[in-house]
Design a protein around this ligand. Structure first.
Ligand code: F6R
Length: 256
């Protein structure tokens, strides 16, 4: 895991945006996994402002609420169109999001996995982290080998996401999410976290034991993970000084 700590959210976002830009330039037909929520908003704004060529790229989103109409302002379908897709030159047929209204959810999930495989696998997966350590919507105790499937959100995640829906009760309880096994097959993972409310989850993911109680900790087993943090999200890392030192002393050819 490479832990990149920057003084501000924008500086940490800039590092992440440069990584994605570099991938898209080196591999125009890259397959990019995307996340929703508050965390990637600044990343999407930076990517939009970079005017990159997405015409050959393919995307797969991590998750979607079950039962929300696509057009609902809080569906991840709406979120992605509003905050990224309508601003870039990606082809509609290259965009993939879980369908929260699929009539046969297990079949849809199997097909989603097969579409990822058919696209050649995910080159880079963008991730946020829940305060309970979830990645995608793989809540604590999710199988570390899980694939795309239905999950029930924890009460904590419903409380955290109530800000989008007006109340905890209005948050859909069920979601489709890529599994942890699916995420672990991405060739690179790029985890972003900003703010002191994420500090404990980040410390457990980076410095804690690998355990399904803290799903993000499995990323310690992935060979190519970058974690972009602002100072606040790094606030509980015991080795923060070491991570800063490593980043400041990178050899020139490794600079991002
Ligand atoms: C969203 C997702 C979730 C969020 C996490 C953090 O697609 O996969 O894991 O990344 O819940 O959400 P925010 O960024 O709103 O704090």
């Amino acid at each position: 895991m490479e832990i990149i700590i920057q003084p501000t959210q924008q500086a940490a976002t800039d590092v992440a945006a440069r990584l994605i830009a570099r991938l898209l330039i080196a591999k125009p037909h890259a397959v990019i996994g995307l996340a929703t929520g508050s965390t990637p908003l600044s990343l999407y704004q930076s990517l939009i402002s970079m005017n990159l060529d997405w015409s050959q790229a393919t995307t797969f989103n991590l998750d979607e609420y079950i039962g929300l109409p696509r057009e609902h302002p809080q569906s991840y379908h709406s979120f992605m169109w509003e905050n990224l897709f309508k601003h870039i030159n990606i082809r509609k047929e290259n965009i993939h999001l879980p369908d929260g209204n699929a009539t046969d959810i297990p079949q849809f999930c199997e097909d989603y996995e097969n579409h990822i495989l058919a696209a050649g696998g995910i080159d880079l997966q963008v991730l946020g982290i829940g305060t309970d350590g979830h990645i995608g919507f793989n809540e604590p105790t999710s199988s570390l080998a899980s694939r795309t499937r239905i999950k029930t959100l924890t009460k904590q995640t419903c409380i955290d996401n109530a800000r989008f829906f007006g109340s905890e009760e209005a948050v859909p309880k069920h979601v489709i999410t890529m599994g942890i096994g699916t995420i672990m097959e991405a060739r690179q993972n790029l985890l972003l976290a900003f703010g002191s409310h994420k500090a404990r989850a980040i410390a457990e993911a980076v410095e804690g034991p690998i355990t399904s109680i803290h799903p993000a900790s499995i990323l310690q087993m992935h060979p190519a993970v970058k974690v972009c943090l602002d100072d606040a999200a790094a606030g509980q890392l015991q080795r923060a000084d070491y991570f800063r030192w490593v980043y400041e002393n990178k050899p020139q050819w490794q600079m991002i």
